[in-house]
Design a protein around this ligand. Structure first.
Ligand code: V47
Length: 371
């Protein structure tokens, strides 16, 4: 039994209890509801059914080879024009060297994304990936959003499939979930009108899954989207997942307005963040994992999210740039022991995973050396 104040949620709870699929309309109802405790309790029931008390985390490092970007998305504070004196582009050697700094021995994943650079070719990125694989053979390379792949394909005059095949052959192991934003064309025209549209994002993901590259998926919320837009986004992700089973984790991403062309918008509240986590757990019945990305929602809210539907908290990260350029006040990395503490404080059982959710075992002595 759970306490439900908003009577519109009763039929939804009946479906959730029976393990039945929620509809688009159910999604809209939930996004319109303020009964956060009922949404959280329903999502927590699903989360515990799927994952018990486990909360996953990993020891990862973000690498952003360049912030030069031909798109000028209003949502983004990271991308810069090539002429901008603040813009940077690493050389291949710099990428390979920075990958090994700091946490290198402990890291199991490099999360690699960057701007749409007008001069770096598909060949350059394949070299970058091959060079990382050669130097860090045991590290999983989660690289390139669907948006970057579509841009590289266009510049190389190759199909999406051929481009993905080349990246995979170079050593890409899987793909992150960024760049999906929200699929509504109305909203995309305002927040990211230079990006591929929602159908292209989904088609690129479908193709990646077909050639054996798993990926994550995301939704950017807290800007101009309506309840209908948000429900539609989740239903469209779910439909692709029914076909491919290639999405591993969904990450709701809170819009950070500082230093963007949408800086007049208010940042999301903890209430919004927890609601997104809960509704995504309830709607995405075929996506195994829901991640509360601590960088984006703060470690404190990410902890509470572990009782509102999330079963993952992301990783150590090391040098996050995209959210920090957009005013995030969180740390740029956490140590492994901080993640263990955060998860245990939330009454959950921490399990270090690799990118494919296999448990990683470390001896305590190795761990003390590594952090
Ligand atoms: O694609 C950009 C978003 C994404 C802003 O796959 C912004 O495991 C908020 O995708 N405010 C990058 N969001 C982050 C991302 C991600 C993060 C953690 C884990 C994984 C994963 C993926 O951040 C971008 C865009 O959707 N973004 N600018 C901004 N101002």
């Amino acid at each position: 039994m759970i306490a439900i104040e908003d009577s519109r949620l009763h039929p939804i709870w009946e479906k959730v209890s029976a393990g039945a699929r929620l509809s688009y309309e159910d999604g809209v109802t939930m996004f319109r509801s303020s009964d956060i405790l009922a949404l959280g309790a329903m999502a927590n029931a699903v989360r515990e059914r799927l994952h018990g008390d486990t909360t996953y985390f990993n020891v990862n490092r973000h690498i952003n080879p360049t912030d030069v970007c031909v798109a000028s998305c209003r949502l983004c504070a990271f991308g810069k024009k090539a002429k901008d004196p603040r813009a940077y582009t690493m050389s291949l050697e710099q990428v390979w060297e920075m990958a090994g700094k700091g946490y290198a021995e402990a890291v199991t994943e490099f999360h690699i994304v960057g701007g749409l650079h007008p001069e770096l070719s598909l060949y350059w990125f394949c070299q970058m990936i091959a060079g990382l694989k050669e130097r860090y053979a045991g590290v999983h390379l989660k690289a390139f959003t669907m948006v970057e792949v579509a841009y590289l394909a266009r510049r190389a005059k190759l199909s999406i499939r051929e481009t993905l095949e080349k990246l995979k052959a170079a050593g890409v192991d899987s793909m992150p979930g960024g760049g999906a934003e929200v699929f509504s064309e109305r909203v995309r025209r305002i927040i990211c009108d230079h990006k591929i549209d929602g159908d292209e994002w989904l088609e690129t993901a479908r193709t990646a899954h077909q050639i054996g590259l798993k990926s994550n998926c995301t939704m950017l919320y807290g800007h101009l989207e309506t309840a209908e837009d948000a429900a539609d986004h989740l239903v469209r992700l779910r439909a692709v997942q029914d076909e491919t089973h290639g999405f591993v984790t969904f990450i709701p991403l809170a819009f950070h307005p500082a230093n963007t062309a949408l800086s007049h918008l208010s940042p999301t509240s903890g209430f919004d963040d927890l609601k997104e986590i809960a509704i995504s757990r309830l709607m995405l019945d075929n996506i195994p994992h829901i991640k509360a990305y601590w960088i984006m929602m703060t470690p404190g809210v990410a902890q509470i999210a572990q009782r509102f539907g999330a079963n993952d908290i992301d990783g150590t990260v090391v040098e996050e740039k995209i959210y920090h350029d957009a005013g995030a006040q969180t740390a740029q990395h956490l140590r492994r022991q901080d993640l263990l503490r955060l998860i245990r404080e939330a009454g959950r059982e921490p399990v270090e995973r690799d990118t494919t959710y296999r448990p990683v075992s470390r001896t305590e002595s190795a761990f003390t050396v590594l952090v």
